[in-house]
Design a protein around this ligand. Structure first.
Ligand code: FAD
Length: 452
């Protein structure tokens, strides 16, 4: 049975209509699709509900920055969207530090991901401008740059290697002496051996981003149900909706799974259609210092005796210090060891850090796929679309993911930027076994444990 939704729409808003298609392309800043009647020739593409019907075109499971961003952009494109999450914005999207750092987060073998990260970073200014306008709030987007420093000569060797890699990729970075680093950030320890300045790595306040997305999405007609999804309903071999806690079924043309690290364990779809994910725990500390003069003027990353740490200063004087990377299943306990280690490493770089007020400790679970890159696009189950696995970069990747998912949901076309991240990369698309192959190699998360 279709759920009664608090709004109705006429067919002109439907993205499968010429108007809807045009609005989508216009909303995403692209040329409208030439033939509005043409549907792309994909076997398992999204299905738009009957115009004027009372069921949503799309139900999104999970309201972190990925689900909320997708809901907002899809609704802007004219789709009828319902999102279900008992606590929108309270998962990893709340725990994060909000660094938008494609250049200082670059890793060997992740060149495709780097391209996606850079694309998303470049979209941030317009994404934020539109979001702030629609939500009538600010989200703390700061074009502050990032300084990456080394505590001793061994650490400097680590930075030199990183710098060579960054240069080989044509990224904008500048090598600085210890003195130059201290002139940018006077609170740095006198012994700092040098650093790399990445002027394009910025930050957003993720704790303002998610609530702003809730407001903007709601204003665009997204129905937010503060309830957990207990099942993806499958009818005649196709995802046809979701069952909420309490039993209510929401029918929908397409179901988007954006439940972060919990996305792989929602009952209903056949084995292999769900993403193979693992939660990667991150503990983080919030410190509070003066707003004027600020403790730091830009994001600071550092390597101290081989151990990495970062500090992200907010405009109100808060400083986010992170983060551990732990393979501990779904555990979110705060440990004394993690807080000690983070403060110890930060203290080596910035002795004054111990004078800041300890405001909060928190732990979150990053959703990580088998190759640590996101999973974006249709699953092997028709009607089920995956948008998760953003691991360390989900806040950064929100604009590009939201746009790509909205385009796919409205047109069935997967944007070129995201095709390397199709869930089908782990196997034979459409076979229903494509993720089985991946799961067979690396295992699946069941009940919080990696099962091989
Ligand atoms: C300590 C830490 C620091 C980080 N720092 C950064 C950073 O600086 N920059 C960056 O880009 N990224 C960072 N990340 C990564 C980033 O936080 C994640 O990649 C991103 O938040 C993932 O967003 P998401 O929407 O996929 O998942 P989440 O934010 O985890 O959202 C998933 C949502 O799904 C909901 N849900 C779960 N099960 C169900 C269900 N059955 N029914 C309905 N809803 C359900 C949950 O309630 C939750 O709200 C960090 C992560 C951590 C933990």
């Amino acid at each position: 049975m279709a759920a009664l939704l608090p709004w109705t729409k006429d067919g002109s808003d439907d993205a499968s209509s010429p108007t809807g298609r045009f609005r989508l392309e216009a909303a995403l800043g692209r040329d409208p699709v030439k033939d509005p009647h043409e549907r792309p020739p994909h076997a398992h593409g999204p299905q738009v509900s009957d115009p004027g019907g009372d069921e949503p075109d799309v139900v999104i499971v999970g309201g972190g920055c990925i689900g909320l961003g997708t809901a907002w952009r899809a609704a802007r494109a004219g789709l009828r969207v319902t999102l279900a999450d008992p606590h929108p914005g309270a998962g990893a999207s709340w725990a994060a530090a909000g660094m938008l750092a494609p250049v200082t987060e670059v890793h060997y073998g992740e060149e495709d991901l780097l391209r996606l990260n850079l694309t998303s970073a470049a979209r941030y200014p317009s994404f934020v401008a539109e979001l702030e306008r629609e939500a009538e709030t600010t989200v703390g987007y700061r074009r502050c740059g990032t300084l990456f420093v080394a505590a001793d000569s061994g650490d400097r060797a680590v930075l030199e290697e990183l710098h060579q890699f960054q240069q080989s990729l044509g990224l904008e970075v500048h090598v600085l002496s210890g003195r130059e680093c201290r002139s940018l950030e006077p609170m740095l320890a006198p012994g700092i051996r040098g650093g790399i300045l990445a002027p394009g790595d910025h930050q957003v306040d993720n704790r303002r981003l998610a609530p702003a997305l809730v407001t903007a999405a709601t204003r665009r007609g997204v129905a937010i149900r503060r309830t957990a999804v207990v099942e993806v309903v499958v009818t005649d071999g196709r995802a046809s909706g979701v069952r909420l806690e309490g039993g209510e079924v929401l029918d929908a043309g397409t179901v988007v799974l954006a439940a972060g690290c919990w996305s792989g364990s929602i009952p209903g779809p056949p084995t292999g259609a769900l993403p193979a994910l693992r939660p990667v725990k991150g503990q983080i500390v919030h410190l509070r210092g003066p707003a004027h003069p600020p403790f730091l003027s830009r994001n600071l990353r550092g390597v101290a005796q081989g151990s990495q740490v970062y500090l992200v200063p907010r405009q109100d004087g808060r400083v986010v210090l992170g983060a551990t990377v732990e393979e501990k299943g779904y555990d979110t306990a705060i440990t004394a060891e993690a807080v000690y280690t983070l403060l110890r490493d930060a203290h080596q770089l910035l002795p004054g850090v111990l004078e800041l007020e300890l405001a909060e400790t928190h732990a979150g679970l990053r959703p990580a796929s088998i190759d640590n890159a996101p999973l974006l696009g249709p699953s092997s189950l028709p009607g089920l679309v995956i948008a998760t696995g953003h691991y360390r970069n989900g806040v950064l990747l929100t604009p590009v993911t939201a746009d790509a998912m909205a385009t796919y949901l409205a047109t069935g076309r997967l944007e070129e930027d995201v095709t390397p991240f199709s869930p089908a990369r782990f196997g034979d698309p459409g076979s229903g076994r494509r993720l089985d192959g991946a799961a067979g190699r690396a295992g699946r998360i069941e009940g919080g444990e990696l099962v091989r």
